[in-house]
Design a protein around this ligand. Structure first.
Ligand code: FE2
Length: 281
């Protein structure tokens, strides 16, 4: 096995999106700051309702998947296909926008903490125009493991192993073969995750202090990892992080806001289709 090292750090930038939701954007903060096939990662989190209450009113997507993982709070998703999804703490929504979706994501709480992640995962050219689909995955259906040392791991996609026990997340069968795990690691503990050498991988530390080899993993940043087939991290203080890996597509990317395609012509088509109502037809 060969352990991956940190290759590049993308510190999250404070920004706002939707109707004024404060968030931290690492991957995707500018065009070309990506980690194929990961297009964007937002960490949203606030205890102040005025920083999230306006939510994300109706907006379109085409050409990729959005994955929302709620750590704390309550959001309601509604889309043009008539889907309604209540997302509460620990739940995941995996939405394949593909040829087109128009949806809203609105907070359902008036106060308290709202915290979570939204990831944009690219689709290969041959799948960008397939029909949209959508899955709400309640926390109870997402497997977790905990050992006697207090290490906790949750597998949203891919397989994680702890003390010879293994769990596999509910998302499977995707071309990019994603791994998406959330790990709580008590101070002084070591955690190892297999990540196939074919995959690009990164870590996002959202609480505490963590080391990868001799390097500190900076908090609230995407730590893009170099080649290897496993990730070994040690917590300096109690730490919480997500670890993602997926197979790169190595295809050209042309992005215009919420549309991510392979060519400029396809982007013009997406804009035209949205304006004429064909995005969701
Ligand atoms: Fe969206």
């Amino acid at each position: 096995m060969s352990a991956r090292q940190i290759n590049q750090i993308i510190p999250a930038m404070d920004t706002s999106d939707g109707a004024g939701v404060r968030l931290r954007r690492s991957i995707g903060q500018r065009q070309n700051i990506r980690h194929d096939p990961f297009l964007m990662l937002d960490e949203f989190g606030s205890d102040k309702s005025n920083e999230y209450i306006a939510g994300f009113p109706a907006h379109p997507h085409r050409g990729f998947e959005t994955v929302t993982y709620m750590l704390d709070g309550h959001m309601l998703h509604e889309d043009h296909m008539g889907n309604r999804g209540d997302l509460r703490s620990g739940d995941v929504q995996w939405m394949t926008a593909a040829r087109g979706i128009v949806h809203s994501e609105m907070p359902q709480q008036l106060e308290g903490r709202m915290r979570g992640f939204q990831l944009w995962l690219n689709l290969p050219a041959k799948e960008k125009m397939k029909p949209a689909s959508y899955r709400d995955i309640p926390s109870a259906q997402i497997p977790t493991l905990q050992n006697s040392k207090g290490i906790w791991v949750k597998a949203i996609a891919g397989t994680a192993i702890l003390d010879a026990q293994s769990i596999t997340g509910p998302i499977a069968g995707l071309t990019t073969q994603p791994i998406y795990i959330d790990v709580h690691l008590p101070a002084g503990q070591l955690f190892t995750q297999a990540t196939p050498a074919t995959h690009n991988a990164f870590i996002y530390l959202y609480e505490g202090e963590l080391k990868l080899g001799d390097d500190a993993v900076p908090p609230h940043a995407a730590a893009l990892l170099g080649p290897g087939d496993e990730v070994k991290v040690t917590a300096s203080t109690d730490a919480k992080f997500i670890l993602l890996a997926a197979m790169p597509l190595n295809e050209p990317i042309v992005q215009y806001g919420p549309f991510v395609m392979n060519t400029r012509e396809e982007i013009e088509q997406a804009v035209n289709d949205y304006q004429s109502g064909k995005l969701t037809a």
